[in-house]
Design a protein around this ligand. Structure first.
Ligand SMILES: C[S@@+](CC[C@H](N)C(=O)[O-])C[C@H]1O[C@@H](n2cnc3c(N)ncnc32)[C@H](O)[C@@H]1O
Length: 608
């Protein structure tokens, strides 16, 4: 590993943030949140129920089954309870299996799944029984930890039974893990999510997770996620839906300001602002219209509103750290355009897409929602992108976003890589689908022992040509090689083949094709393929719903025919490509991980 340094949390920092010891103290912030929640809890009714009223719904017929008429909700609660009990049993087994995961695991047997490259459907065929038997790697050198697959809050594995108030009426399940020792209170499905137990549990979870965070950045992610979850638990249910409308309006206003170039016209200095009138004049719009659109952005804290004052007699607008990320040329601004298309624009055609292709997961690479939206369903995502230079440029810029939620370095144990580099190995690192080289750059920065000359970046011809033109100083010496990873093997003989955010763009059959091509380049038994992506639990059987960020990333992948995967799903595609999982390295604040693969037969215990 690279020389660890001690951060303000007194432990090895695993994140490369601009300022891991910034002024925000996540622990203090959490204490304040706790104070607010505690005063709320103190004011809640004494019978243990939330002070938030249960919504009064119209008496519509609810549970119909094949036209056989209404089911008795009481019976349903009993039936549900039974189903939940069975599920809890299964869940318990899965949680137990997942809880033996450690920083580094060795696959002791190959997966029970098989996928062949011509298969046309994917995850629905994955048997829940498919699993990997795992044991702690004696060579890892990393302290074993019982982290669950997700370390963001909702996905945590701290309490496998899930919140007590998610147990439907009639269930005998109790809540032995509650920090308060309270028994699960029977609730009707209508009351789900409104109980005090859930709030107490969330507050405890946030506290615990923050105390476990290894860096300020990681603590911030956990505190922010936790605060949002607590807010969700406290919020009156109608407000939740009204909140969606507000979010839709914020997105629409951001898009208008981006299209009008309005963010760029606001001066960026800390004291600087622009009057509404001046902004309206410069974008050729009515001032009244600008005020209405900008109000969405000031009320959502994207921009700051300055009322008339003695020094500034006319009202004006200024930037926040959020709007500064939306300036032209900023990766997050470029990502907004990508996500707007993948999520918002695609949502307008999704029902028609599934009517046309059937309600199945897209298998791609062609006939995916984004190509259907573009009116060229026969094209795949990247072929369409290649034809639009501006869109391609925007996409590559978007890939550069740096966020603690999508880490690059800090997860993988680089000892072997650095040893090979110091021994003068010619080709150490090949970044397959490495774009403009921004991830290689992060590795070169974080691990000076690795030399640019020992690295190769491979991508589509157009992307490589554009990257070479940029001629970035930090990337001088890196070898650029054009390749189509759907058809060709990368350069042979490297120690590491690194695929970050590649497999998630594709369905299983296509992912197998890519991995099989990479496997053909592995000439050295020590060679490893590193898949750096989100690692999901089996969401349908997980004790808790996924973290919102994890869920949205997977959902947005649907529009390009891709998906985020669980470890058994990664193992299955690897197996079909002649590879096996040799180790897993998890991030400490997000579900991101590096899944290490080796040729089958060279991994300890793996079947040939
Ligand atoms: C989602 S981006 C990931 C980029 C980079 N690895 C990262 O983590 O930011 C996918 C990358 O794969 C490249 N790509 C797409 N199709 C490809 C193909 N058939 N052959 C080679 N590269 C391809 C894209 O140009 C893009 O750079």
């Amino acid at each position: 590993m690279a020389a660890p340094f001690t951060n303000c949390f007194g432990s090895q920092d695993r994140s490369i943030g601009p300022d891991p010891c910034s002024n925000l103290d996540a622990v203090d912030t959490l204490k304040k949140i706790q104070g607010i929640i505690n005063s709320y809890l103190a004011s809640a009714s004494a019978d243990g129920r939330s002070a938030i009223p249960t919504p009064q719904l119209s008496p519509v017929p609810k549970f119909r089954e094949d036209g056989k008429g209404k089911l008795n909700p009481e019976d349903l609660a009993g039936g549900l309870a039974e189903a939940v009990r069975e599920d809890a049993d299964r869940t318990g087994r899965w949680a137990a299996r997942d809880s033996i995961t450690s920083e580094k695991m060795v696959v002791a047997s190959s997966p029970q799944l098989s996928i062949n490259a011509t298969q046309t459907t994917d995850s629905r065929h994955h048997s829940p029984q498919a699993h990997l038997a795992m044991s702690t790697n004696r060579n890892s050198g990393a302290e074993a930890s019982d982290k669950g697959t997700d370390t963001e809050l909702t996905g945590s594995k701290m309490e496998p039974d899930g919140p007590a108030d998610q147990v439907p009426k009639g269930s005998s399940s109790s809540n032995p893990g509650s920090a308060h020792g309270s028994e699960a209170k029977p609730t009707s499905p209508l009351n789900t999510g409104l109980g005090l137990d859930r709030i107490r549990r969330l507050v405890d979870e946030v506290s615990l997770k923050i105390s476990q965070a290894t860096s300020e950045d990681a603590a911030r992610v956990v505190a922010a996620t936790g605060a949002a979850e607590i807010a969700d638990a406290v919020r009156p249910p109608g407000d939740t839906i009204l909140g969606w409308f507000a979010n839709m309006s914020v997105i629409s206003a951001v898009r208008l300001f981006l299209c009008w170039g309005a963010f760029d016209l606001i001066p960026a200095g800390s004291e600087a602002s622009i009057t509404y009138a001046d902004l309206a004049r410069r974008i050729n719009a009515d001032e009244g219209l600008v005020v209405r659109v900008a109000s969405m952005l000031t009320s959502s804290h994207v921009l700051v509103h300055h009322p008339p004052s003695e020094t500034q007699p006319v009202p004006s607008l200024s930037h926040t750290p959020v709007s500064l990320m939306l300036l032209s040329g900023q990766p997050m601004s470029a990502m907004f355009s990508v996500m707007y298309k993948h999520i918002n624009a695609v949502s307008t055609i999704l029902p028609s897409y599934f009517d046309t292709y059937g309600r199945t997961e897209p298998v791609g690479p062609a006939h995916i929602p984004t190509s259907y939206l573009a009116g060229h369903p026969e094209e795949d995502y990247f072929s369409l992108l290649k034809k639009d230079e501006a869109a391609m440029k925007n996409f590559n810029l978007a890939m550069r976003i740096t966020s603690r939620r999508v880490p690059v370095t800090g997860m993988y144990d680089m000892s072997n890589v650095l040893r090979a580099a110091s021994e003068g190995r010619e080709t150490v690192w090949v970044d397959v689908g490495g774009g403009d080289g921004h991830t290689v750059k992060e590795f070169l920065r974080a691990y000076p022992g690795l030399k640019a000359e020992q690295c190769v970046v491979q991508d589509l011809e157009e992307v490589v040509a554009a990257a070479q033109q940029q001629d970035e100083e930090e990337l001088r010496g890196v070898r650029w090689v054009a390749l189509d990873f759907l058809k060709e093997a990368p350069v042979q003989g490297a120690l590491v083949y690194y695929l970050r955010h590649i497999l998630r763009d594709y369905s299983d059959p296509v992912a197998v094709r890519i991995l099989a091509n990479v496997a053909r380049a592995l000439t050295d038994p020590a060679a490893r393929v590193l898949v750096s992506e989100q690692l999901n639990p089996d969401w349908a059987r997980a004790p808790r719903p996924p973290p919102l960020y994890a869920a949205f990333k997977d959902f947005s992948m649907l529009s390009i025919g891709g998906k985020e995967r669980s470890l058994p799903q990664f193992a299955a595609v690897a197996d079909a490509a002649g590879l096996a999982v040799s180790a897993v390295f998890r991030d400490d604040a997000t579900p991101h991980a590096v899944v290490e693969l080796a040729l089958k037969g060279v991994v300890e215990g793996a079947e040939c």
